[in-house]
Design a protein around this ligand. Structure first.
Ligand code: ADP
Ligand code: MG
Length: 291
């Protein structure tokens, strides 16, 4: 009972609840409008994808809605609270977690130690105290929580393995487990499928479907159109900082502005060798090709 009490528990909002509301979020860098009045909702129990050519403003938008940077204009509400100019730590406290485009694990430390770091914000003593000098009940609680999240993500067999010895696809899932250890209601994923093999992508998609069914809201930036089209409930398409389309995968892949944006050759995002370049043809999901 003491170990359970050492971690703050969060009750997840019911499916369909709006977790994040962005309203007319604008970001200017000097004369450049990186985000132009972008509005979007993310709800509990859905996967929402944010796509668009390189330079469209996706990463900027992630920074606007996670407190990494401040919008020039507009409004961001998380759990129905106004978040303008709040620090990213406050977003995490309210239930947002994110992963980054490049794997950020301590390679020589075990999977369970890496994931335990994600639980630190739930510890009562604060993370610096947690890193330096844990009290034993709290340390036990963090490690138990980490093991629970690793099991949840299907990596139980690797809990005590050094993170660096895992395949890239597994490392990405460790990062998601670490994010989950903060007990988020909303998860932001920046290109989680980049560089993964087909089977790894499939495992990742299965995990995201499971988390969606458990009631999380997931916002994902991803260039792999097959992955996006087969997974997302809704898609928002950015071009030059402006939303040019929003809707179901079915609607978006038939939208002429979206097709033009991709045909325009604006997408020169560097692609890892294993991942196919985003081409107009890949806007059409090809069932069976993922095998
Ligand atoms: P995406 O993630 O869709 O590829 P970004 O959000 O990274 O696009 O960039 C959108 C635009 O904003 C680009 O033209 C980029 O050069 C510009 N930009 C991004 N961050 C900054 C910054 N800190 N200062 C100036 N310009 C920036
Ligand atoms: Mg980017």
């Amino acid at each position: 009972a003491r170990t359970a009490a050492a971690l703050v528990q969060r009750t997840l909002p019911a499916a369909g609840t709006t977790l994040l509301q962005a309203r007319k979020v604008t970001k200017r860098f000097g004369g450049l409008v990186a985000n132009n009045a972008v509005s979007m909702d993310v709800k509990a129990g859905e996967v929402h994808a944010l796509i668009g050519p390189n330079g469209a403003g996706k990463s900027t938008f992630f920074n606007m809605i996670s407190g990494v940077d401040d919008a020039t204009e507009g409004e961001v509400r998380l759990m129905d609270r106004a978040m303008l100019r709040r620090p990213s730590r406050e977003f995490a406290r309210l239930g947002m977690a994110r992963t980054f485009q490049h794997v950020r694990l301590l390679g020589q430390r075990s999977v369970v130690e890496n994931v335990a770091l994600g639980a630190h914000q739930r510890a009562r003593r604060g993370w610096i105290a947690s890193m330096l000098r844990l009290d034993r009940a709290e340390e036990a609680a963090l490690l138990a929580e980490a093991r629970r999240q690793i099991e949840r993500c299907g990596l139980g067999a690797f809990a005590d393995t050094p993170a660096a010895s895992l395949a890239l696809g597994q490392q990405r899932i460790v990062e998601i487990a670490r994010a989950l250890a903060g007990q988020p209601a909303i998860l932001l994923l920046d290109e989680p499928a980049a560089g993964l093999r087909h089977l790894e992508k499939r495992a990742l998609a299965d995990l995201l479907r499971q988390l969606r069914a458990e009631g999380l809201g997931i916002l994902v930036v991803e260039h792999d159109m097959e992955f996006v089209m087969n997974l997302a409930d809704r898609i928002t398409v950015l071009e030059f900082g402006t939303v040019i389309a929003e809707g179901t995968p079915h609607d978006v892949q038939r939208n002429q502005r979206v097709l033009d944006a991709y045909l325009g050759g604006g997408d020169d995002e560097p692609q890892p060798p294993a991942a196919p370049a985003v081409a107009p043809s890949s806007l059409t999901p090809t069932p069976g090709a993922a095998a």
